[in-house]
Design a protein around this ligand. Structure first.
Ligand code: PMP
Length: 444
């Protein structure tokens, strides 16, 4: 094998070298165009090469890009924190800025534990989470994640597997139907709280819509209302991991708005800067800050690049762009159009078992047999085949782990919110071609 220097996801694989991006397209060094229907990793929410954001980045760079948070604050960082508080469900949030979604969820975990410590409740130090979840790759975040393949190598360093049932209606863990539902999966939170003891639990964390570990899995009606009520009843903080769903992606600014629930802490990342610079945030409800303000006065976390003015100014420019272009509404409207297209493809292609999601966070789950929902053997690598086939045709979709505990096949379709209907038509035709070819190979 030839020696190189860049560690790529799969070392033996060839990755096209990207040259530039504009709107929903990326162009490689040979001029090949890729319709970015995954927004990278559900990140490039406003598309590539937006001049307004580039101008704002340049203007900030000409002033100052970096100051250390232990020495200075900055106008962009303060303004961004205020802006996020105004946008978040129920308002009154403080922001702790970090660099990645993993850091945002891990910071939320630490702040939740600290909240109880400040009140002398030292035993409340576990954060419980669901199966089929992904909260990040660093060890704290991975501990909370039920993404089986990403955990596997590090099991000795992690908490026991996340335990609460996933709200996965397509393969209901309780074999219930929409009519018989009753949110047994939400009640599983209560069962686990009783088993572990509320005195040992600081918080419960969940993605509003399951992303990488499920493929845009939406919970049943009433689920989050029930979850929030259980958390309140047992004195447990509720952390919404909105790293993927946050910032307009699902047709609301925050995913949790679909259910009218105000989380105690919120993790944001990805769409916050739309990929223009790394920035992520942990939002902390005012009442959660109170014991810390009255106590140690220090949130015990921080990274060198936390709250740097360059990234804060970039995120502000992204939020301005989203507001000016009304991209929250666009996500809802374009999402409805794209979903219809996906449903039409599903009607023709038996390999698609489920079409799901909200706004422009949509998912397709693939099955070997639609009636029994039988999954494909892992050795067929259906998800990888599809992602690679689509990429060869100039279409990017995001591989997700479908099926219970990730042994099935799913992709996420989540283009930038600026996508036009013509571009959605192109997306759908490239996707259908790719699906038809892969279906021919794996279903005969
Ligand atoms: N939480 C969720 C819901 C995510 O989708 C991701 C990234 N896929 C993360 C956390 C981790 O974010 P990052 O990769 O920026 O660390």
């Amino acid at each position: 094998m030839t020696r190189e220097h860049l560690i790529k996801p799969l070392l033996s694989a060839h990755y096209p070298k990207i040259d530039y991006g504009k709107g929903v397209f990326l162009y490689d060094e040979h001029g090949k165009a890729y319709l970015d229907a995954s927004s990278g990793a559900v990140t490039a929410g406003i598309g590539h090469g937006v001049q307004e954001v580039i101008d704002a980045m340049l203007a900030q760079a000409q002033k100052v890009s970096f100051v250390y948070r232990s020495q200075f604050t900055s106008e962009p960082a303060e303004r961004l924190a205020k802006r996020l508080s105004d946008l978040a469900p129920g308002h009154d949030y403080w922001s702790f800025f970090v660099n990645s979604g993993s850091e945002a969820t891990e910071t939320a975990m630490k702040i939740a534990i600290q909240y109880w410590q400040e009140q002398g409740r030292l035993g409340k130090n576990k954060v419980i989470s669901r199966r089929m979840s992904y909260h990040g790759i660093t060890l704290g975040a991975l501990s909370m994640s039920g993404h089986v393949t990403r955990r596997r190598r590090f099991i000795p360093l992690l908490e026991e597997l996340p335990i609460v049932a996933a709200p996965y209606c397509y393969r209901c863990p309780y074999q219930l139907s929409a009519a018989s539902c009753g949110q047994s999966c939400a009640d599983d939170l209560e069962t686990n709280i009783k088993r572990i003891g509320a005195d040992h639990i600081a918080a419960f964390i969940a993605e509003p819509i399951i992303g990488a570990a499920g493929g845009a899995v939406v919970p049943p009606a009433g689920y989050y209302e029930r979850i929030k009520a259980i958390c309140e009843q047992y004195d447990i903080l509720f952390i919404a991991d909105e790293v993927m769903t946050g910032i307009a992606r699902t047709g609301t600014m925050f995913g949790m708005e679909h259910w009218g629930v105000e989380p105690d802490l919120i993790a944001l990342g990805k769409g916050l800067s739309a990929g223009y610079t790394p920035i992520a945030a942990t939002l902390v409800k005012d009442r959660v800050m109170e014991p810390i303000l009255a106590g140690s006065q220090i949130v015990m976390s921080g990274h060198t690049f936390s709250a740097n003015p360059q990234s804060a100014a970039t995120a502000l420019a992204v939020l301005d762009y989203i507001a000016a272009r009304q991209l929250v509404d666009a996500a809802e409207e374009k999402g409805r159009y794209l979903r219809q297209k996906l449903e039409r493809i599903a009607a023709n292609r038996a390999i698609i078992g489920d079409v799901r999601g909200k706004g422009l966070l949509l998912g397709l789950e693939f099955v070997a047999d639609r009636a029994s929902k039988r999954i494909f053997p892992v050795s067929l690598g259906v998800t990888t085949r599809l992602v690679e086939r689509a990429q060869s045709k100039g279409l990017l979709v995001y591989p997700a782990a479908g099926g219970v505990d990730g042994e099935g096949d799913a992709v996420i379709v989540a283009p930038p919110l600026v996508i036009t209907t013509e571009e959605i038509d192109l997306l759908a035709s490239l996707l259908e071609e790719s699906i038809a070819e892969v279906m021919g190979e794996v279903m005969g």
